[in-house]
Ligand binder design. Sequence first.
Ligand code: PMP
Length: 384
Amino acid sequence: MMQKHQLMTPGPTTIPPSILGVASQPILHHRTLEFRNILKEVSQNLKKIFLTDQTVLIFSAGATGGMEACMTNLTDQGDTILVISGGVFGERWAKIAESLQRKVIRLEIIWGQAAKPHQIAQLLSEHPEISLVTGTLCETSTGVEHPIKEIAQVVNTSNALMIVDVVSGLGISEFRMDEWGIDAAVAGTQKGLMCPPGLSLIALSKKAKEKMKEKKGPKFFWSFEGALKSAETENLPNTPFTPNISLIMQLNEALKMILNEGLEEVWKRHQFLAAATRAGVVEMGLKLFVEDAPSPSVTTIYAPPGILGPDIVKKIREEWGISLVAGQGKLKNVIFRIGHIGFCDPKDILMTLAVLEIVLSQLGLSIEFGKGVRAAQKLFINKI
Ligand code: PMP
């Protein structure tokens, strides 16, 4: 049977046709006025998405590169970092920091739960040497949204910098860089920003820019100082090296789409889609992995007893052309995940729930057809 493929994954996410089309445009030279005007528009609109007055740096690399760059530019060897670790991506900060020979203090959060600000307050008072705290807005591996606003409030009573991975949160969840007092935030293009993967977007506070001057460790491509100089010192922003030109042009289109819908509307749409997804899977008899702080990006669901998460994912992809994802790390067989990010609307949720009912039934689960779909329909009927 002919199959139409759909990504219901927490990144990369579906790219709208208008953004796909931009990639087919002829390449511009990056030093032309034409491209630098695009870069200017992108820079202005990125500030409106991060909600910051500060320059947002654009590096041509995946988001992990941007995370490493934050560590390289904002800390030195031997500095003490507090890592909020409750999943693969929280832990990634620790791995990066340790590989760069920083000292790591881990706050181990049970996977599936959110960090509590008082835990961070306690560690900061016990360890005044902590110079930087890392957090993750949406922990994609568990589907938890951490209370970054409240954590930042605590961190801002100390001298430490607060840096946040907003890779699967930006353009999805409420995030206010300046108002919340965040010192560095890293995003990628392949999630809420509806583009292919390949850019690291990094916003820095004034405090971060000051601290950065004291950090003398080696860096070249990843030098924030160099990137800021290019981005800020001329009338039109520039980049130190050849950037990913097509992707920046695609990002320009994506940011306009988000701003046209309205950032707060986009946040609300994600909440709404996530709520409908949760209602649907619960009604079909499944158990959610996250009880208290589910992220609007991704719904994480226990695989039913006797069925492995990867088997559900494989069957849905092969037979229906819908990509979900299994768990990561120690959750590999335990959960499966439905992403509802970016170019996603209620139809996608209804389709996914309907197909999930069929596939789970074929895998041996007792399913009353239509129950999960109906729960989502009930939510949608009043709000669309
Ligand atoms: N942080 C989070 C929360 C993510 O979801 C991801 C990607 N899944 C990353 C970091 C890493 O991004 P990349 O694969 O672009 O390096």
